[in-house]
Design a protein around this ligand. Structure first.
Ligand code: SAH
Length: 260
């Protein structure tokens, strides 16, 4: 995993400097003027086609950079990303950038999804918690690899929408909850891995507590609206080892449960 860090940072800096149209960073901060207007259109689930677009996405954006974990690549080839985005954006579903999904939120860039999935070092049979369901795409990628995925979303409409897409596509091992994910999901803890796809300004203690021994937590941490560092925490008994994976930009982890 060490090998990808310099490239990742280099690509990130390039993107931040505006040198590349294809951005390997995460979503723009929500308060930037170019933030797209909220989209309220529900994704229409199409048949899981577009395999050649997915193959090209994996080759150019994922193996072409530095992600090589076979399970991650297989999952990225399998999940029909276009089914998780609003219909009017489905033609851009496999492009090298995040896309708006409504409610001021975004589906992450494919590369970031792959990078974070690889960093979790998942094994079949494991139990994973995601904070920030959003479109549901990252949860579906996880469900291709492990047996049980639990995912929490703070915006009610997004939680419902993602649940509908999971049902349509037959992802029946993903369980969704509408709540503030800061507190994790005690009922199903401990988790072999936890992934957070919105950025808090500190690591929530409940998430560290809910990691199994040997468990991994991947989380962007930094000021809201600014750049964050992507951290990998690994638990060994009562000790936690932290590794900085590089600079990213995510939407902030919010603390107000929205019913819309
Ligand atoms: N993983 C998503 C992308 C996430 S965007 C995907 O694959 O599409 C970040 C998401 O985190 C948003 O949907 C946002 O509403 C949600 N979020 C923000 N704060 C949260 C919190 N405290 N608990 C749960 N979800 C939260």
């Amino acid at each position: 995993m060490k090998a990808f860090v310099p490239t990742f940072i280099a690509l990130t800096l390039l993107a931040l400097a505006g040198c590349q149209p294809a951005q390997p960073t995460e979503i723009p901060p929500t308060d930037t003027p170019d933030t797209p207007a909220p989209i309220t259109e529900t994704p229409t689930v199409a048949a899981p086609l577009r395999a050649s677009e997915r193959e090209e996405m994996v080759m150019r954006q994922i193996t072409g950079r530095d992600v090589s974990d076979p399970e991650t690549l297989k999952a990225m080839r399998a999940v029909p990303r276009h089914a998780f985005v609003p219909e009017s954006l489905q033609d851009q579903a496999y492009a090298d950038h995040p896309l708006p999904i409504g409610y001021g939120q975004t589906i992450s860039q494919p590369y970031i999804v792959a990078l974070m999935t690889e960093a979790l070092d998942l094994q079949p049979g494991e139990r994973v918690l995601e904070i920030g369901t959003g479109s549901g795409y990252q949860a579906a990628v996880l469900a291709e690899i492990v047996d049980e995925v639990y995912t929490i979303e703070i915006v009610g409409a997004l939680a419902e929408q993602a649940q509908a897409v999971f049902a349509d596509l037959g992802y029946d091992r993903i369980t969704v909850k509408h709540a503030d994910g800061y507190f994790g999901w005690e009922e199903y803890a401990p988790f072999d891995a936890i992934i957070v796809t919105a950025a808090p300004d500190h690591v929530p203690q409940p998430l560290l507590n809910q990691l199994a021994d040997g468990g991994r937590l991947v989380i962007p941490v930094g000021p809201p609206g600014g750049y964050q560092s992507l951290w990998l925490y690994t638990r060994a008994g009562d000790d936690y080892q932290a590794e900085n994976l590089g600079g990213v930009i995510f939407v902030p982890l919010t603390r107000t449960v929205r019913d819309e």
